[in-house]
Design a protein around this ligand. Structure first.
Ligand code: AMP
Ligand code: MG
Length: 328
């Protein structure tokens, strides 16, 4: 058992750089959610990410790089569509899956011959990349399967004692993870919907893109798991979450937490607050939480994807009727 660490919250870029170059893990802010970062070329450091998160080794990590200009150092074939998208959306919340080069160790990619590459926009992360001069592997800074943290305090609650430092960059600007898009076979596929929508992608590359939705499951599955992030058990609060048509059906039940989006004016605002609101409800000790899906377009697709995964297939039709669409 690794010894318990005294985890400190800091704003020092230099401390973060030092930790990474010494082969330690640190939590850091990105514009999407907080990440748990390590030098992607250091296998032992990457191993610490999996151990800390209790993340299964079959779930590969995203590698963060400073600029699109560096992409060929890590990826074998980079189609023109990637450059077109990068021109518009990178640095930003989009992750490209490409054939990998040897410099990226197998542990980062779970033995796959592909690598996920993102160019983060957060200024603190950019500074770290510039100073470290190594690619940085960083999945979300939460225990495997749990909600992604969107502020330093939420990372602290989740991972305290397991790392030396959390770099504090305030609340994440977007609050929802990057769009993951694959270029490794004939069809261009969105493996995880995110902030950049299918429509924006198609408009930019003038090609059809397939949105692969929620087909993969844990255990035996007749579907291919294109991206382990497609597993239905991702992003869950500890309190059972149910999807329902009308959350106000439950407003008189004191043991039910309502994930109420009515206070927000836009889908963007819902995305920013989704994980932190779920965390708050999770801490309040309800028997269960209810939520309703949002309009399934634009970033609503990503919000609904996270809600479905957080609910693990639980649907609550009315006050008393509970239906499980997936058996656990
Ligand atoms: P996170 O753990 O929140 O950073 O999410 C990373 C996402 O990228 C997960 O959904 C991973 O399954 C996905 N991913 C990373 N590398 C690959 C890869 N080589 N092929 C497919 N999906 C990947
Ligand atoms: Mg994650």
């Amino acid at each position: 058992m690794p010894s318990k660490k005294r985890t400190k919250i800091t704003k020092s870029i230099n401390i973060a750089v030092k930790e990474i170059l010494q082969g330690n893990i640190i939590a850091l802010p990105t514009e999407t959610v907080y990440g748990l970062a390590a030098d992607a070329t250091n296998e032992e450091a990457v191993l610490k990410i999996y151990e800390t998160k209790k993340r299964p080794f079959f779930d590969p990590l995203i590698v963060h790089i400073r600029s699109i200009k560096d992409i060929k150092k890590y990826a074998e074939e980079v189609p023109p569509e990637v450059y077109k998208l990068a021109e518009k959306f990178s640095p930003g919340p989009i992750t490209y899956i490409l054939k990998k080069k040897k410099i990226i160790p197998d542990i980062v990619t779970s033995g796959l011959n592909t690598v996920a590459i993102r160019i983060p926009a957060h200024p603190m992360f950019q500074k770290i990349l510039a100073k470290c001069k190594v690619p940085i592997a960083a999945p979300s800074a939460n225990m495997f399967g749990r909600l992604s943290p969107t502020c330093a305090e939420d990372v602290y609650k989740e991972l305290k004692g397991k790392l030396n430092y959390i770099l504090n960059g305030g609340h994440c600007e977007l609050g929802i993870e990057s769009t993951v898009i694959s270029f490794v076979d004939d069809n261009i596929k969105i493996l995880r919907p995110g902030y950049i929508t299918k429509k924006e992608i198609q408009k930019t590359i003038k090609k059809k893109v397939i949105l692969v939705r929620n087909k993969a499951r844990h255990g035996k599955s007749k579907f291919t798991i294109y991206s382990p992030g497609m597993l239905k058990i991702h992003y869950s609060p500890a309190t059972p979450l149910y999807i329902t048509d009308n959350i106000y059906d439950f407003k008189d039940q004191s043991n039910v937490g309502l994930l109420d989006f009515s206070k927000y004016e836009s889908l963007n605002e819902i995305a920013i607050n989704l994980f932190s609101d779920l965390r708050k409800l999770d801490e309040e000790g309800y028997a269960y939480i209810v939520a309703s899906k949002v309009k399934d377009s634009g970033i609503g697709v990503a919000i609904n994807d996270r809600l479905e995964k957080a609910a693990r297939g639980r649907v609550k039709m009315g006050k008393w009727e509970i239906k499980f669409s997936i058996k656990k």
